[in-house]
Write a protein that binds this ligand. Structure first.
Ligand code: OFO
Length: 168
């Protein structure tokens, strides 16, 4: 595996690990503040990011590359509101998308077509995750400071996350 590509994939291992730990901190905050639906959503997101990380690690090893298991960044774990939580979620996903696009760009530049092919899975995944994050943040913007709205959002988050719509 080309060194430049290997370094980028190892960077991505770190970004996925950071996202996983960040979402775990968000789940824990939601759990501690009575938002059980939001907590479950982020526990699940955290697991997903861990799987994204593992998928990269396995790929690098399959291609006889060298994996560097990264040091994890301390996540922020205090949030003032659900809006802040989901704003951070969207920003985190947009950051990951940017990094993935950078890898794709480098793969084409260095003619690493097998890695380019592998990374397409991440491109699709990011499209979905960004769309979910945007939908949820839009809902919270509409709800504003309405406490009963937050209660319903928390109750319905899994349906909102999978369909993009509030349940009837
Ligand atoms: Fe949503 O970050 Fe992984 O790929």
């Amino acid at each position: 595996m080309q060194q430049d590509i290997q370094a980028l994939l190892n960077d991505q291992v770190k970004y996925e690990a950071d996202a996983s730990i960040q979402y775990l901190a968000m789940a824990s905050w939601a759990d501690a503040n009575g938002y059980n639906g939001v907590a479950e959503f982020f526990y699940l997101q955290s697991e997903e990011e861990r799987l994204h990380m593992t998928k990269l690690i396995k790929f690098i090893n399959q291609r006889s590359g060298k994996v560097v298991i990264p040091k994890i960044k301390q996540p922020s774990s205090e949030y003032r509101s659900l809006n802040e939580l989901f704003d951070l979620f969207l920003k985190s996903e947009m950051f990951v998308t940017k990094q993935i696009n950078h890898i794709i760009h480098k793969c084409l530049e260095l003619k690493a077509y097998n890695v380019h092919n592998f990374m397409q899975w991440y491109v699709t995944e990011q499209l979905e995750e960004e769309a979910v994050a945007r939908t949820l943040l839009d809902k919270l913007t509409i709800i504003g400071n309405d406490k009963s709205g937050h209660y319903l959002f928390d109750r319905d988050i899994n349906t909102i996350a999978t369909t993009g719509h509030n349940p009837e």
